[in-house]
Design a protein around this ligand. Structure first.
Ligand SMILES: Nc1nc2c(ncn2[C@@H]2O[C@H](COP(=O)(O)OP(=O)(O)OP(=O)(O)O)[C@@H](O)[C@H]2O)c(=O)[nH]1
Ligand SMILES: [Mg+2]
Length: 275
C-alpha cells in the first residue's frame, strides 16, 4: 500500500532535480511524468493513486510533484499542468522520467484529436521515446461521451507509432472522480520499468546531465544576449519604455520577449541580436 511522505511533498515542488536526487539511498528512484490536456483529470487521478481524498479542483499551474513509496520504489510523480500555455514545459521533464502516464478525457470529444496529437508528440520526443507509457481513458463513468473500445480503436495508429518508438504502452479505463481503480495500471507501469530499470536509469542519468548542461549553457547565452541588447538599446532612440521591457525580458516572460522582438526588429541589424 502506498504510504505518504508529506513533508517532502511540499519540498519536492521547489526543484525536481534537486528533490529527486535526495532520499533515494535505499529505494529505487522512479520518476513518472503525468501528462494530458487540462481538465482531463490528472491531479484527480494522482490523488486516487495515492489513495488520498481529493477535494481541490484547481487547475495545476506549471508543475507539482508528489512522492511516495511503493514496494522497493521511491516513486516521484511530476503532475504537469495541461493548459496550452504550460504544455511547452513538458519536454523539460522527459529526460528525468522513467515512464509516463497520459490521461485522456473520455468526455471531451471535441478535443480528442488535440489530446492524441499531444500524446503522439510526447512519445515521439527523443527523451521519452522508448520509455513505458500508461494511457488512461479517464471519465469513463455513466454517460461518458466516448466508449473505451472506441478510444482504443482510435488510438491504433498511435500504437503503431509507439511500437516504432519501441515504447511499451498499456491502456486502462476508469473514472478518477468515482470508483475507478488505477492501481493495476500503475502496477503494470512499475513492473515494466522494473524489467528495464538499469537501462532506463543509465539513460536518465546521461540525458538529465546533458540537459542540465545544455540549459545552463542556454542561460549564459541568454544573459549574454541581454547584455548586448542593453548596450545596443542604450545607443538607440527607443519609442517605448525600454527599461520595463528589459526587466520583463530578464524575468523570462516569453510573451513579452516575442513582442519585444517584434517591436525591436527595426532597431536590430541583421544577425546582431536574436532573442
Ligand atoms: N466525471 C468525472 N470528472 C472528473 C474525473 N476526473 C477528474 N474529474 C473532474 O475534472 C475536473 C478537472 O480535474 P483535474 O484533476 O484538476 O484535471 P487536470 O488534468 O489535473 O487539469 P490541469 O491541472 O488543468 O491540467 C475536476 O472538476 C475533476 O473533479 C472523472 O474521472 N470523472
Ligand atoms: Mg492538475
Amino acid at each position: 500500500m502506498p504510504q505518504e511522505s508529506a513533508g517532502l511533498v511540499e519540498w519536492c515542488c521547489v526543484w525536481p532535480f534537486f528533490a529527486t536526487s535526495m532520499c533515494c539511498k535505499d529505494r529505487k528512484k522512479i520518476v513518472i511524468v503525468l501528462l494530458g490536456l487540462d481538465s482531463s483529470g490528472k491531479s484527480t487521478l494522482l490523488a486516487k493513486l495515492r489513495k488520498e481524498k481529493f477535494t481541490s479542483v484547481l487547475p495545476t499551474c506549471g508543475f507539482s510533484c508528489k512522492k511516495w513509496k511503493i514496494q522497493d520504489f521511491a516513486v516521484y510523480v511530476f503532475d504537469l499542468g495541461g493548459r496550452k500555455g504550460f504544455r511547452g514545459i513538458w519536454p523539460h521533464y522527459f529526460a528525468e522520467a522513467y515512464g509516463a502516464i497520459f490521461v485522456l478525457d473520455s468526455n471531451d470529444k471535441a478535443r480528442f484529436s488535440e489530446a492524441k496529437e499531444e500524446l503522439h508528440n510526447a512519445v515521439s520526443n527523443t527523451y521519452l521515446a522508448g520509455k513505458p507509457v500508461l494511457v488512461v481513458a479517464n471519465k469513463q463513468g455513466p454517460g461518458s461521451a466516448m466508449r473505451f473500445d472506441d478510444i482504443k480503436f482510435s488510438l491504433r495508429s498511435l500504437e503503431a507509432a509507439h511500437n516504432l518508438a519501441e515504447c511499451k504502452c498499456n491502456l486502462q479505463e476508469g473514472d478518477a472522480a468515482l470508483d475507478g481503480d488505477f492501481q493495476e495500471g500503475l502496477q503494470w507501469l512499475l513492473e515494466t520499468i522494473q524489467l528495464q530499470y538499469k537501462e532506463l536509469r543509465d539513460r536518465v542519468d546521461k540525458d538529465s546531465s546533458a540537459q542540465r548542461a545544455r540549459e545552463s549553457r542556454q542561460r549564459s547565452e541568454r544573459r549574454e544576449r541581454i547584455k548586448l541588447m542593453k548596450i545596443h538599446l542604450s545607443k538607440a532612440e527607443a519609442p517605448y519604455p525600454v527599461e520595463d521591457l528589459l526587466s520583463e525580458l530578464e524575468s523570462g516572460k516569453e510573451a513579452v520577449n516575442y513582442e519585444f522582438h517584434q517591436s525591436t526588429t527595426s532597431l536590430l541589424l541583421p544577425g546582431q541580436i536574436v532573442v
